[in-house]
Design a protein around this ligand. Structure first.
Ligand code: IPD
Ligand code: CA
Ligand code: CA
Length: 272
């Protein structure tokens, strides 16, 4: 094992430690009444749990890795350029954090939300951890090191065509309005795919494709913190992520199509 790999292994172990600590905090805070605030609209919410989970993660990283940069939803999400900062990411190591992905599920006490932490080096995602503290499912992936669910190696599903495919998608907050494109896209899958789910936590959707539970996932307008961790996990499990045009997905892209690779072309052509 070379020296660099050992360093990245250590970063991954720390990332797992931090998300577990954030998970314990979230489970404690869940027992108390929530203060819910709207951001862009009624589908874009934040609670003090999101903020506290993020503060904990940021302070652990600052303490242990003072020279690493951090991009996180509740600190950077209000910035006009936050979606596109990743077009020219800073050099060196960086952490991309969604302190609670699936906030609406969390608010409604649906046990399908996660802490998502992606690690980037010189602009390239190299590691990711996605943790659901209620189910205690921890997904992790490290570039060229495989993807795992609680230590069990992950592999995408083997569905051969769209008729066997269980797909998922979601609404970006601003698409939560009549006649949005995603509604039309779901219409196009009707009667062709096995079914379509809207699960409400993009990081977990990617992990579900990685574990073969879902076959594919598409979503417009996601942010780097929704995708950075799940992207590595899915790629390491044999999956593929592109934009809607078929270019390999980059964290600043506006469209995302993810799949088990086998159905990718068919999924993309149905979405066009
Ligand atoms: C949301 C979830 C959801 C997706 C939304 C995201 P949040 O993140 O990932 O699945 O459809 O577009 O904003 O706000 O719960 O962190
Ligand atoms: Ca999110
Ligand atoms: Ca969030």
């Amino acid at each position: 094992m070379n020296e660099q790999l050992t360093h990245e292994d250590a970063i991954m172990q720390d990332a797992i430690r931090y998300v577990k600590e954030a998970g314990t905090l979230i489970m404690e805070l869940m027992k108390m009444p929530l203060h819910i605030q709207e951001k862009k609209n009624q589908a874009d919410l934040v609670t003090e749990v999101d903020v506290q989970s993020e503060q904990l993660l940021r302070s652990r990283i600052h303490q242990d890795y003072p020279d690493h940069w951090i991009l996180s939803e509740e600190t950077d999400g209000g910035r006009e350029d936050s979606h596109h900062t990743l077009k020219q990411p800073p050099a060196g190591y960086g952490w991309i954090i969604d302190p609670v992905d699936g906030t609406i599920n969390f608010i409604h006490n649906i046990a399908h939300f996660a802490i998502s932490v992606g690690i980037v080096k010189d602009g390239v995602p190299i590691g990711g951890v996605v943790y659901n503290p209620v189910t205690n499912e921890l997904y992790s992936g490290q570039k060229q090191g495989g993807a795992f669910l609680n230590g069990r190696k992950l592999q995408v599903g083997l569905e051969q065509d769209i008729s066997q495919a269980l797909l998922a998608t979601g609404f970006r907050a601003l698409d939560w309005k009549p006649n949005s494109v995603v509604v039309e896209q779901i219409g196009r899958m009707t009667g062709k795919a096995r079914s379509v789910r809207i699960m409400g936590a993009a990081s977990l959707d990617l992990c579900l494709v990685a574990s073969g539970r879902l076959t594919g996932f598409w979503h417009d307008g996601l942010y780097p913190w929704d995708v950075a961790a799940g992207m590595v996990i899915l790629q390491e499990a044999g999956g593929v992520l592109t934009d809607a045009a078929g270019k390999t997905y980059a964290l600043s892209d506006d469209s995302l199509v993810a799949s088990n690779a086998i159905i990718h072309r068919e999924l993309m052509s149905l979405l066009k």
